[in-house]
Design a protein around this ligand. Structure first.
Ligand code: AVJ
Ligand code: FE
Length: 434
């Protein structure tokens, strides 16, 4: 790519993320922007100014070497200084101030982008710092979408339906042959520190579900009494299920003798052919046990998503090395729901596994640990401080994730009890030769 093309693609990615942040924050009134919609979330106006503050810290001050715009607010928007639950009571910028702040920062960033050589310093090589900030904004845009899902009141977000699944009979599972594959990356220019470096991993033969677990399948687990049968739950999972009284995915409620759910303010019947979403790790694990299976490990997910048996190479995405298009995957908040299971045939992996990218994040039975040779870059607080904590891995992105913020190597993590994120799962099982 020429420097010109690189600058252009950075500018486009910056604008795409800002358009989305603007839509998500312009969609509601001032009161909804400053209110806390859930103890789990920040007020939307905090996310907005935090996006601007991270951009100021990295691109205006560090990359650009410019004077601070608002050094006095750094502490307010440092995620490690104040828990989400405490953020509404801080002296935050009001919506007008926050909008003016992010605009002022962005104007300076475009100037920095014009003048900074995109090489010669690790932080800016291939535009890395700009890519990191694009991904940061997009990650918060997905968090803001989750805040919208938690918000009460009339619907304010609207989007066309995702594509239907083609009428074809898919095998329930795909066999993945055992052997080594290359996990992680040393080449992907905007890959974050926890995705690096590329390294060989041996994975035994296994079977993985062709598509994510659907609402219809999950309903069968509910109807079979799965939530009341301790056999299917791990010790911690059962304790949590008992403590908070889990009976169904988040946002589901009973309506007479059936279940309905609320999605962005609209109550609807449960679409049985869509991937289940808003389940925690413990629910995913219990379903898998009930189905006689288990959750995949992170290495199994990545091998299914990237390994090409014809060449032995690991691809950037299941479909190849090209960036995602709307034909490959349900990403980017184009649709405000997952597509039916089996959709996106052009997004299938070489072995035929579908919807690994987009639709719903997939819970995996792995903890967040560094790869061998990990080096924190450019700051410890992105990944390193979370290694070894009480986190489970999530892969593949959801309908709420932008294409800049997910790829075959992208690693996400959260506490195993979290349900407000757009997470579902698929199952796997060992290949036993008896
Ligand atoms: C990687 C999605 C877990 O949202 O907490 C945003 C990303 N890091 N700001 C998060 C992140 C700092 C992070 N996750
Ligand atoms: Fe952040």
């Amino acid at each position: 790519m020429t420097t010109f093309d690189l600058r252009l693609s950075i500018a486009e990615a910056l604008e795409r993320s800002r358009d989305r942040s603007t839509q998500l924050t312009d969609a509601v009134d001032e009161d909804d922007l400053v209110r806390q919609h859930s103890k789990l979330m920040s007020p939307l106006v905090w996310d907005l100014a935090h996006i601007g503050n991270q951009e100021e810290l990295w691109l205006v001050r560090d990359v650009g070497g410019r004077e601070p715009v608002r050094q006095d607010i750094d502490e307010l928007y440092d995620a490690f200084q104040h828990a989400r639950a405490d953020r509404p009571s801080l002296p935050l910028l009001n919506p007008t101030e926050a909008r003016a702040y992010v605009r002022e920062v962005r104007d300076k960033v475009f100037d920095v982008l014009d003048r900074t050589p995109l090489e010669g310093r690790e932080l800016v090589d291939n535009g890395f710092a700009f890519g990191m900030i694009v991904q940061h904004e997009q990650q918060h845009d997905e968090t803001m979408l989750a805040t919208h899902q938690l918000r009460k009141g009339a619907p304010v977000l609207h989007a066309p339906s995702p594509p239907a699944a083609p009428a074809e009979q898919l095998p329930a599972e795909v066999f993945v042959p055992g052997g080594p594959f290359e996990m992680g990356t040393s080449l992907e220019p905007w890959a974050l520190d926890n995705e690096r470096p590329a390294h060989q991993v041996h994975v035994d033969s296994y079977w993985i579900d062709t598509v994510p677990v659907s609402n219809g399948q999950y309903l069968a687990f509910i109807d079979a009494g799965g939530y009341d049968d301790q056999r299917w739950w791990s010790e911690r999972g059962w304790a949590y299920r008992q403590e908070v009284g889990l009976v169904a995915p988040r946002f589901w409620q009973r309506d007479g003798d059936r279940w309905v759910r609320t999605r962005f303010g609209v109550v609807e019947p449960i679409p049985e052919d869509e991937p289940v979403v808003h389940v925690c790790f413990w629910e995913a694990q219990a379903y898998a046990a009930w189905a006689g299976k288990r959750l995949p490990t992170e290495a199994e997910w990545e091998k299914a998503a990237r390994f090409d048996p014809a060449t032995g190479r690991s691809r950037r995405y299941p479909w190849g090395d090209e960036d995602p298009t709307p034909e490959h995957a349900n990403l980017g908040q184009r649709h405000l729901r997952p597509a039916p299971v089996g959709a996106y045939p052009l997004g299938a992996s070489p072995l035929g596994v579908r919807q690994l990218i987009g639709d719903v994040w997939e819970w995996l039975d792995s903890d967040f640990q560094p790869y061998p040779g990990f080096r924190a870059f450019p700051y410890r607080e992105y990944s390193e401080v979370f290694f070894g904590g009480d986190y489970k891995m999530l892969r593949g992105g959801s309908f709420g994730t932008d294409k800049a913020a997910v790829r075959g190597t992208f690693r996400n993590w959260d506490h195993p009890i979290r349900r407000q994120i757009f997470a579902g799962f698929r199952c796997a099982r060992d290949h036993r030769r008896d």
